[in-house]
Design a binder for this molecule. Structure first.
Ligand code: NIG
Ligand code: FE
Length: 417
């Protein structure tokens, strides 16, 4: 067993995730001052005040003892939304955006997702994997220990499967744990209609995805669609999400980003696990989402880059919609840092720092079905830990682009020091 003692603050999030209401308890952080934590193997064994722990154990009980009297401790950060697998970056489009071209104008001119998709189709699994690994390394250095990862740049069966295989391999081989999302409806291929895409996805792709999942070749757990005007609108999105649900995938989709379509009502009616973006979410959808338990994933980096409306984050929290945060790392928005996304959510959406931390740990873990084992510092959960060298944990968010992350532990092992 390993003991880390005299930690200035252990920010546990909750003392029991089972009784923590991820929608309404977001301001109630459970913090232990001058704390100690015992790790056994990959998991947290016990924690409490240093006095308490030290009075129950002798130094002989431990193989290693660390003093962390200049550190605060938070759970490993969880990134609720990434498109981290791709080739074909879009640095050239950044200048177009600065000149005032909209996201949809760039996409309509053959750029955007269509550009990246043509590169991904040409890339081998190995090339995609080799591009992915350094990105995951950066995420880990910024404190992310669990992330959602989407396909969505194949947009035909073989290339979508290729992306899902890359995610599965990276999950097995890289320190960061990844939860895979199959995103067949990310854009409409040139020359096709949305309905033709839906027919292909529902009748051709999804049965094969199920077969490959059953064989253990890929492991998607969620299904995603870019629900947007002139991309996949409500009925088309619904058809794809429901077909995914029939093979056991949870719905976790993009909605209400650029134009208002009432995707929030759809999310509630299909009992989606989560919906991301939410810039145009209507007030009437909020209680329905709360009732259905849909988690709202905020992506403050993309909203900033594309000058989108401000999502009604305060109203979501006030009405009991659990809010999570993601970086939305993708070739449009290059950000691998959860602390930066958290800072933006605080300043631009008026989340408190406590809310931003819950949104980036326990709630984000819940948005990918992982809150039983990740997202808070509690006995039996994985020892995924981020050490912050500061007087108080809030320095993580306050120090914006330069968070004072001193060490990261993953499943009981030091991985960044
Ligand atoms: O979440 N809006 C749709 N999907 C991504 C962007 C993907 C891309 O532009 O490559 C997002 O922002
Ligand atoms: Fe996205």
């Amino acid at each position: 067993m390993i003991l880390i003692n005299h930690i200035r603050q252990i920010v546990c999030i909750s003392d029991s995730y089972q009784s923590f209401k991820i929608g309404t308890d977001m301001s109630n952080l459970h913090i232990i001052e001058d704390g100690a934590i015992i790790i056994q193997g990959e998991r947290i064994y016990e924690l409490g005040s240093s006095n308490d722990i030290l009075s129950h154990y002798s130094p002989d009980n431990f193989t290693e003892i660390y003093d962390a009297s200049d550190m605060c401790l938070i759970p490993g950060l969880v990134d609720a939304h990434t498109h981290v697998v791709f080739s074909g970056d879009r640095v050239h489009e950044f200048a177009m955006k600065l000149e005032g071209k909209s996201y949809m104008e760039i996409q309509a001119a053959g750029g955007g997702i269509t550009f990246t998709t043509s590169h991904v189709r040409e890339s081998s699994e190995e090339e995609l994997y080799n591009l992915l690994i350094p990105r995951l390394d950066r995420m880990l250095a910024f404190g992310t220990t669990l992330a959602e990862a989407k396909s969505g740049y194949g947009l035909e069966l073989d290339s979508e499967v290729k992306m899902l295989k890359v995610i599965k391999k990276a999950n097995e081989e890289h320190t960061i744990d990844l939860v895979a999302t199959y995103l067949p409806g990310h854009a409409v291929n040139p020359g096709k209609t949305a309905q033709e895409m839906v027919d292909d996805i529902v009748n051709h792709q999804i049965p094969v995805i199920k077969q490959l999942k059953d064989n253990g070749e890929i492991n998607p757990e969620m299904i995603d669609v870019f629900c947007e005007k002139n991309v996949y609108e409500i009925e088309e999105t619904k058809a794809i999400l429901e077909a995914g649900k029939r093979i056991g995938l949870e719905a976790n989709f993009h909605g209400e980003e650029i134009e208002y379509l009432e995707s929030g009502v759809l999310a509630a009616s299909v009992k989606a696990r989560a919906m991301s973006h939410l810039e145009n979410l209507s007030e009437q959808a909020i209680p329905l989402m709360a009732e259905a338990g849909v988690i709202g994933v905020l992506l403050p980096t993309t909203q900033y880059l594309l000058h989108l409306k401000t999502p009604p984050a305060r109203s979501m929290i006030a009405n009991g919609v659990p809010v999570a945060i993601g970086t939305d790392f993708n070739p449009n928005m290059w950000c691998l840092s959860m602390p930066l996304a958290m800072h933006m959510a605080c300043v631009n959406y008026r989340l408190s720092m406590a809310e931003a931390l819950v949104a980036s740990t326990l709630n984000a873990a819940a948005s990918m079905g992982r809150s039983q084992e990740y997202g808070s510092i509690e006995p039996r959960k994985y020892a995924d830990l981020v050490f912050i060298k500061a007087e108080r944990w809030e320095h993580l968010i306050y120090q914006m682009a330069d968070p004072p992350i001193a060490a990261v532990w993953k499943k009981g092992k030091i991985v960044i020091d």
